[in-house]
Design a protein around this ligand. Sequence first.
Ligand code: ADP
Length: 260
Amino acid sequence: MNESSLKKHLSKINNIELRYFDSIGSTNDEALAWAATGANDLSIVIADEQTQGRGRLNRRWFTPKGSALAFSLILRPTAAQRPHLSQTVGLAALSIAESFSRNGLSPQIKWPNDILLHGKKSVGILVESVWSGEDIDSLVIGMGINVYKDSVPPADMLQFPATSLEEMLGQKTPKREEILLNVLDSFMHWREHLGTNELILAWEERLAFRGKQVEVKAGNESPISGVVDGLESDGSLRLKDLHDNSVIVRFGDVSLRPVA
Ligand code: ADP
C-alpha cells in the first residue's frame, strides 16, 4: 500500500480526497484537524502505521507498520442526516461487516463498535465529532482493520481476544487498497439509509451474542446483565432481564462482554 496505489483505487469513486502517511500519531487526530479547517465530505486520512492509535477513552489501538488498514473518514452531515448521527457507528460497522462477507467471512458486530470474526476482535471503530457551537459540524470515523497477522496485539495488551483477516483467509487476504474500496462502496450505500428501519435490521442481523447472556459496563456504574434481544429503532441495544423485561442500553462508553 502506498499513496499512488491508493489514489489509483480511489479514483473509481468521485470526489474523494486523500491524505496518506507512512507513519502518523493517529489518523483521527489528523482528520479532526483537517475537518476543523474545512475538509470536504468523504475526505480520508490513511496511514501505514499509527504510533498513537486510539480506542475509546484513550485506550491504545495497536497499528504496527505494514499490518493494518487504519483510516479515518470525514463526514459533513446533511440536515436530513443530523437527527440520526448516533447511528454512525452502526453504519460504519455494518459497512465493514458487509465488505468482509463479500470475502466469504461471517462477521458479527459486538455492539456498539467492534467487529468479531469467529468471536475475536478484528476491527475497532472510533467516532469523534467536531462541534460548531451546539451543532455537529463534522464527524470523523476512525476504522482500524486488522489485515495481516502482525496487526494482532500481544495477548497481555488485550481484554478481549483478537484476530486478523490473514488468520481467517490466509493467502486469499485481499490487498488493503481493495478492502478500503469495498468498505467505502458499502458505506456509501448504507449512508443513504441512515435513520431507516432497513439499516437497523441489517445491523441487527449481524449482532453478536444474540440470545446470549452478556454484561454491559459503563464507566464505574454497576454492570447491567441480560440476554441480547436486538436493537431499538435508534440503534440502542435491547437486553432482556431475568423477568423478561426490556432493558435499553444507550450509546456511550459501554463495553459488552459475554458471560461464560
Ligand atoms: P473495547 O474493547 O472496550 O471495545 P476499544 O474499542 O476502545 O475498547 O478498543 C481499545 C482496546 O482494544 C484496547 O484496550 C486493547 O485491549 C484492544 N486493542 C488494541 N489494538 C487492537 C487491535 N489492533 N486489535 C484488536 N484489539 C486491539
